[in-house]
Design a protein around this ligand. Structure first.
Ligand SMILES: O=C(O)CCC(=O)C(=O)O
Length: 278
């Protein structure tokens, strides 16, 4: 695993060569403890985030829950999506300007969090008018992710297979099981064990999945998804066409997060005072 300093100082061609060979880059400690604590505290207290979460049945009797957003607000989620640490890296990996395609919080709760079938993100995004797989995501661990709580699993090098046909599995769309089985015999499966604040950048054609969360521990993750500006979709779809992404300095995460957390606490205290005095 690369640590954040090594990542930022790697020559562009080395980083790119690794991404092109494996289809992913794991980065330890991309965000520090204050940054990730703010994201966790704000997310856990965010009723709107949780109310707007949608459930998708997983075909194994579980349900995955996630909140997907196309819009960026002046809040901590927006600060992560816009931060240079992610966006500049994405631009190195996708070899040019990127824009925000969407972001999502995965809410994999203890005991009930559902599984994800093997899929490629481009298996879904292909239908959105994106001609090329010049798309990638950065998944940031909010909680520690391990095999026990259903961490992400990836099939190293599988992005080189190109886009695989996808079909329905439960409410999800999964990659053709016959090709996945053959790939599993040939490629290395990697469990992405991540501490809070660590992250994985991954190619949109990389096969990935995760198990249900049968543990006592939540496994939340923020996934920021980008498309290359030169891959502007040829038609409207549920995710946006090209629009310029305003990049923010990394320091904005703490600045905005501290203010948002103070406001969140004020509202929480206010409502607990109302409940107690009722
Ligand atoms: O969180 C996970 O386990 C997988 C999420 C995922 O694959 C996705 O959102 O496309």
């Amino acid at each position: 695993m690369t640590n954040a300093n090594q990542l930022l100082s790697l020559p562009a061609h080395e980083l790119l060569a690794r991404f092109q060979r494996d289809g992913f880059i794991l980065v330890e400690g991309l965000f520090d403890s204050e940054e990730i604590d703010l994201l966790k505290k704000i997310g856990r207290a965010d009723h709107r985030l949780q109310q707007e979460a949608m459930g998708r049945r997983d075909g194994e009797g579980g349900v995955v829950r996630l909140t997907v957003r196309n819009e960026l607000e002046n809040n901590i989620y927006g600060a992560f999506v816009r931060c240079r640490r992610i966006v500049d890296t994405m631009e190195r990996l996708l070899e040019g300007e990127v824009y925000h395609y969407h972001h999502k919080m995965i809410l994999k709760e203890p005991k009930v969090g559902g599984a994800w079938e093997w899929h490629q993100d481009y298996g879904y995004w292909y239908d959105n008018g994106c001609l090329f797989p010049y798309m990638a995501s950065c998944m940031i661990a909010v909680d520690r992710a391990t095999p026990a709580n259903g961490c992400l699993q990836v099939l190293k090098g599988s992005h080189l297979m190109g886009r695989i046909d996808h079909g329905k599995v439960g409410d999800q769309t999964g990659a053709d099981p016959e090709r996945v089985a053959a790939a599993l015999e040939r490629l290395e499966r990697v469990d992405c064990v991540l501490d809070p604040g660590s992250a994985i950048f991954f190619h949109s054609n990389l096969l990935h999945r995760s198990d249900q969360n049968r543990s006592e521990h939540p496994r939340w993750a923020l996934i920021c998804c980008y498309n290359a500006a030169r891959n502007d979709p040829y038609k409207e779809s549920k995710h946006p066409r090209y629009h310029q992404l305003e990049k923010w300095e990394d320091s904005r995460i703490k600045e905005i997060g501290r203010v948002q957390w103070a406001e969140t606490q004020r509202v929480l205290n206010e409502s607990s005072r109302v409940v107690h005095s009722a």
